[in-house]
Write a protein that binds this ligand. Structure first.
Ligand code: SF4
Length: 424
C-alpha cells in the first residue's frame, strides 16, 4: 500500500464526462442507465488479453519479515527457549506478556531473569509494526492506523467502537493482486503476503491502544477489560490469496491464552472476492468463523468487470463453493453486496440474486447490502434510497434474509465485503 491508501483511494476529479459516456448504456430490462465499472483517476493494469491482470502469488525473492513469537506454536516457542539455554516455562511467561498484557517492553517483564531479558525480547519480539499515522474520527469511536512494516511497506487497520463490541479491520497483504476497479490498492499489484505475526500484531497493538484508553471506555484493566472482539479482513489484500498465514493467524486468534488471543471464532469474519479453490479448503479448518462472499453482482457480464477474479471463477462456481461451506460447517454464509448507483442496483439483479441463492436451497445464506457514501461526480456512488429499498424488498419477497448495513460513512474502498462485515 502507498501512503495514499490511508486516504480515500478513488479519485473523483474529471469524472462527469466519463460518467455521462458510460451511463448512456441502458439496462437491458428496465431501460435504466447501466454504468459500467471502470477505475477513476488511476490506470487499472491490463493484460495482453485486454482484461485486468490478476496476481495470485507474491513477487519472487521478496524479503520476509523476521520470525516473531506470534509466528510460533507454544511448542516452537519452548523449543526456541531451550535453544537459548533457558527453561521451557519461559515461553509461557513471554506469551502472557504479549497475548494477555500486549507488551513487548522488557521493563514490564519483571518475571524474566534480568541478565537475559534483552536477549529474550530481541529473539521473540523483532519490531513488526511501526505506527506512522493515527486518524481519529466519530468522536473518538473510530481510529484508523497506518503502519510501516519492517521493509517499509505500509498497511492500515481500523479500530471501531460499537455499543456491544469493538471491531478491528485488518490487512492481510501488502498490495493486492485482485485489481478491482474501485480500489486503488490493486494498482501496483501484490508486493508480498503479510506474515502470521504481522497480521496478529495489528490486533495486539489495537488491544494495547484500548488499554491505554485511546478508544475511550473505562474498563482498561482486569479480567473484564475491553478488547477487540470482532475481526474483519477488510484492510489491504485478499485474505484467501494468503491462505496459509491468514489461517494460522485465525487459529492463533481463537487459541486459548497464552498460546493465542483467546477470541471467540464467531466474532471473526473471513471474506473473499471469490477464490473458489480456497473457499473449498476453508470448511476443513474446523474453526466456526463467519464466511463472507463479496459478490456485488449476480451476473457474470457485470461481475467480470466489477470483480476481475470473476473471469477465473464465475458467479455460479463461487455460490456453489459457498453453499458447500454451509453444508460442511452448518455456518450461514454472508453475501456482501455494495449497492452502487445504476451499476448493480437494478431490480432484476435483486431477483436474479435471490433466484440463484434459492436454487441452492433455503436457510443457508443471508445478504448484506452495503450502502455507500454519496460521492457526487463519481460512478462509485450510493444507490438512491428508493433503489435500495426496492432491492431489499425484492430479495425479501423471495424469502432471502437481508440486512442493510450501518456502514458508519464508509466508501467503496475496501468494499471487498470485509467492509460490510465490520458493521455486523
Ligand atoms: S477490493 Fe479487496 S480484493 Fe479488490 S483490489 Fe481492493 S483489497 Fe484487493
Amino acid at each position: 500500500m502507498t501512503e495514499r491508501a490511508s486516504e480515500p483511494q478513488h479519485h473523483r476529479s474529471g469524472t462527469s464526462r466519463a460518467v455521462a459516456a458510460r451511463a448512456d448504456r441502458k439496462d437491458r430490462f428496465t431501460g435504466r442507465p447501466q454504468v459500467r465499472p471502470t477505475a477513476e483517476g488511476w490506470k487499472q493494469p491490463m493484460g495482453t488479453d485486454g482484461r485486468p491482470t490478476l496476481q495470485f502469488a507474491q513477487k519472487p525473492r521478496v524479503k520476509q519479515p523476521p520470525m516473531h513469537l506470534a509466528d510460533m506454536t507454544m511448542a516452537e516457542r519452548q523449543e526456541k527457549m531451550k535453544e537459548l539455554g533457558l527453561p521451557a516455562f519461559r515461553a509461557k511467561q513471554i506469551s502472557v506478556h504479549y497475548f494477555t498484557h500486549h507488551t513487548t517492553d522488557p521493563e514490564k517483564m519483571s518475571d524474566l531473569p534480568k541478565d537475559r531479558k534483552q536477549e529474550i525480547v530481541e529473539t521473540f519480539f523483532p519490531p513488526l509494526l511501526t505506527e506512522v499515522k493515527r486518524l481519529v474520527t466519530d468522536d473518538g469511536r473510530t481510529i484508523k492506523f497506518l503502519w510501516r512494516l519492517f521493509d517499509g511497506a505500509l498497511v492500515e487497520s481500523v479500530l471501531m467502537r460499537y455499543p456491544k463490541r469493538i471491531t478491528l479491520c485488518i490487512s492481510s497483504q501488502c498490495g493486492c493482486g485482485m485489481n478491482c476497479p474501485f480500489c486503488a490498492t490493486g494498482q501496483n499489484g501484490l508486493t508480498r503476503n503479510m506474515s502470521t505475526a504481522e497480521i496478529l500484531d495489528q490486533i495486539v497493538q489495537a488491544n494495547r491502544i484500548i488499554t491505554e484508553g485511546a478508544l475511550g471506555g473505562t474498563r482498561h484493566e482486569g479480567p473484564d477489560a475491553e478488547r477487540v472482539n470482532n475481526i474483519v479482513f477488510m484492510g489491504m489484500g485478499e485474505p484467501l490469496a494468503n491462505y496459509k498465514r491468514v489461517m494460522n493467524a485465525v487459529h492463533r486468534m481463537v487459541a486459548d491464552q497464552p498460546e493465542g488471543l483467546g477470541m471467540s471464532a464467531r466474532g471473526i469474519t473471513v471474506s473473499t472476492v471469490g477464490l473458489v479453490p480456497a473457499i473449498r479448503k476453508l470448511a476443513d479448518e474446523g474453526v466456526p468463523f463467519t464466511f463472507a462472499l463479496s459478490l456485488h453482482a449476480p451476473d457474470d457480464e457485470l461481475r467480470d468487470d466489477l470483480i476481475p477474479v470473476n473471469s477465473r471463477w464465475k458467479v455460479d462456481e463461487a455460490l456453489d463453493a459457498a453453499r458447500e461451506y454451509y453444508d460442511k460447517t452448518g455456518r450461514r454464509v454472508s453475501i456482501e453486496y455494495a449497492l452502487i448507483k445504476d451499476m448493480n442496483d437494478h431490480p432484476w439483479r435483486a431477483d436474479l440474486l435471490a433466484d440463484k441463492l434459492n436454487a441452492r436451497g433455503r436457510g443457508w445464506v443471508h445478504v448484506n447490502p452495503i450502502p455507500l457514501n454519496p460521492t457526487p461526480g463519481s460512478i462509485w456512488t450510493s444507490s438512491t434510497r428508493q433503489a435500495t429499498n426496492e432491492f431489499i424488498d425484492r430479495l425479501e419477497a423471495k424469502g432471502i434474509p437481508t440486512t442493510l448495513r450501518d456502514t458508519r460513512g464508509k466508501e467503496i474502498d475496501g468494499a471487498c465485503g470485509q467492509l460490510a462485515a465490520a458493521n455486523d
